[in-house]
Write a protein that binds this ligand. Sequence first.
Ligand code: NI
Length: 166
Amino acid sequence: MGHPILRQAAAEVEPERIRTEAFQRLLQDMRDTVEDYDGAGLAAPQVRVPLRVVLADLEGGARILINPRLTFLTRDVVRSYEGCLSVPGLRGAVDRIARIRVEALDERGRPLDMELEDFDAIVVQHECDHLDGILYVERVVPGTLTFLEEYRRYGPPPGVMDDEGG
Ligand code: NI
């Protein structure tokens, strides 16, 4: 949580870089990291690379989103417990917008345009926050921050859905 890269705005990726070997290695490194830690997603700044790249494990499978742009499609929020590989050992409830549009480039540089709801929307908002230097702990609903160990022992308060974080 204290690394400066996690606290700065990440840079846009130049599309012509996407197909380079070095960039593809970064993507593979991110996939391996998410798999190792069983996370719901990961942003490049979390592996010390200050670029606008996220991996989000969505309902239809893991997706790479490069230079993602989010548009909120509702004012409705969904509350869920989040965690983060960069802030280990904690969980806290966060309210996120329930339905979003995501425009991005995929891992081969092709344009993507998707509408996401609920858990998928939560994951993408959490990961995209990382690109702006924002950690979920700054968005936690007061009174809900807990150690993971105690979250597992006592569970979340009623009415809050459970999820695992990236
Ligand atoms: Ni995170």
